[in-house]
Design a protein around this ligand. Structure first.
Ligand code: PEP
Ligand code: MN
Length: 329
C-alpha cells in the first residue's frame, strides 16, 4: 500500500501518518520527490490511515509509480517552459523544427518559419542518437548554440536531446526542455541525472515500452526531485514497413487516466511518412494531446537526417492552423 500525502504536507503531518502506520504494525518507508510525499507501507491496512486530514490517497501495493500516478495530483501537472509557454494548461503547444541542427542558415530559416506559423517551441537535435556510427551525429555544442540563438531571435523556447548523464549540465545551459530519446527511456543513470536537473524533461516512450515501463521511467525523474516531466508518444516498432512506427494514439486517453503528467505526441517519428503526418496531428489533438512535436525542413530532400518525414513550410502552416483554431475555441 502506498499512502500519498497532500501537497505541501508538513513534517508533523508526515509524522502523524507514520505513527498511525506503526500502530498498525508496519514500518513505512518515505518516498519524496516532485513536491510530493508518499509512504510505502507494504501489507498495511488502509483503515489505519483513514480519516487523517493530510492523507490524499491510498494506492494499492501494485501501484509501483506513486509519484507519477494521477491519484497523487488529480488536477494534472502544468509544465512551465518559461516565456509564457505552458504544457498541460489546456491550450495545446506546438513544438517544431529540424530533426538535426545542420547549419546556421538552416536553423535560422526554420526558426523564422516556426515562429511565423505560431509555434512556441523550436526543436532540433545537436547530439543525435543515430543507428549507424557513420551517419551524421549532430553538431554538438555548436548545434546547441545555434539553436538557442535562433530561438531567442524569434522568442521561441528550445527542446533538444541529451544522451548521457555527463552532458545534462551542458545541454541545460541552452535548452528549456531536455529531451530523453526513445532509445534512452530506460537509461537509468540518465533518468537519475535529469531528475536532478533544474530543467523540465520530455520523456519519449521507448519503441517497445509498455505504459507501465514508461511511467516507471518517469517515476525515476520525479523521484529525483524534478516534477516537470512531459511524456511523448513517438510510435512503436511493429511489423508493417508501410510506416516507420505505429503511432499509439490510444495511449493519450489511457495516460490521462493513469498519470497527472502532460502528454505530447510526435507524429513525425510515430509514422515516418510525410503525407500522413498532418492527419495524425489532427488525430493527436482530438485524442487530447497537450503538445505536438513535429520535424520540419526547408529542403527535406537535402536534410542530413529524417528528411523523408520532414514537413515543408506549407504543411507546417497547416498544422499550426489547427492550434490557432483550438486556441480561438
Ligand atoms: C528525435 O526526436 O530527434 C528522436 C531521435 O526521436 P526518438 O528518440 O523518438 O527516435
Ligand atoms: Mn528525427
Amino acid at each position: 500500500m502506498i499512502v500519498i500525502l497532500n501537497e505541501g504536507a508538513k513534517l508533523e503531518d508526515i509524522h502523524l501518518v507514520e505513527q498511525a502506520l506503526r500502530r498498525g504494525g508496519v514500518e513505512p518507508r518515505r518516498l519524496q520527490g516532485a513536491g510530493l510525499v508518499a509512504l510505502d507501507a507494504p501489507s498495511a491496512d488502509p483503515a489505519c490511515v483513514q480519516g487523517l486530514a493530510s492523507v490524499r490517497a491510498v494506492l494499492s501495493a501494485v501501484d509501483a509509480h506513486p509519484l507519477a500516478s494521477r491519484a497523487s495530483r488529480p488536477d494534472g501537472t502544468v509544465v512551465d517552459l518559461g516565456g509564457g509557454v505552458r504544457i498541460g494548461a489546456g491550450t495545446p503547444v506546438l513544438m517544431a523544427g529540424p530533426c538535426a541542427v545542420e547549419s546556421r542558415d538552416q536553423v535560422m530559416t526554420i526558426a523564422a518559419a516556426v515562429a511565423a506559423a505560431g509555434a512556441k517551441v523550436l526543436r532540433g537535435g545537436a547530439f543525435k542518437p543515430r543507428t549507424s556510427p557513420y551517419a551524421f551525429q549532430g553538431l554538438g555544442e555548436e548545434g546547441l548554440r545555434l539553436l538557442r540563438e535562433a530561438a531567442d531571435r524569434h522568442r521561441l523556447r528550445v527542446v533538444t536531446e541529451v544522451m548521457e548523464p555527463g552532458a545534462v549540465a551542458l545541454v541545460s545551459e541552452y535548452a528549456d526542455l531536455l529531451q530523453v530519446g526513445s532509445r534512452n527511456m530506460q537509461n537509468f543513470p540518465l533518468l537519475r541525472a535529469v531528475g536532478r536537473a533544474r530543467r523540465p524533461v520530455l520523456l519519449k516512450r521507448g519503441m517497445s515500452a509498455t505504459v507501465e515501463e514508461w511511467l516507471l521511467a518517469a517515476e525515476y525523474v520525479l523521484d529525483g526531485g524534478n516534477p516537470n516531466v512531459v511524456l511523448c508518444e513517438r510510435g512503436l516498432r511493429s511489423f508493417d514497413p508501410a510506416v516507420r512506427n505505429t503511432l499509439d494514439l490510444a495511449v493519450v486517453p489511457i495516460l490521462k487516466e493513469k498519470t497527472h503528467l502532460p502528454v505530447c505526441v510526435d507524429p513525425s517519428h510515430g509514422v515516418g511518412v510525410r503525407s500522413a503526418i498532418p492527419a495524425m496531428c489532427r488525430a493527436a489533438l482530438a485524442a487530447g494531446a497537450d503538445a505536438l512535436l513535429v520535424e520540419v525542413h526547408p529542403d527535406p530532400g537535402c536534410a542530413r537526417s529524417d528528411g523523408h518525414q520532414a514537413l515543408g513550410f506549407e504543411d507546417l502552416r497547416a498544422v499550426a492552423a489547427l492550434f490557432l483554431a483550438r486556441a480561438a475555441e
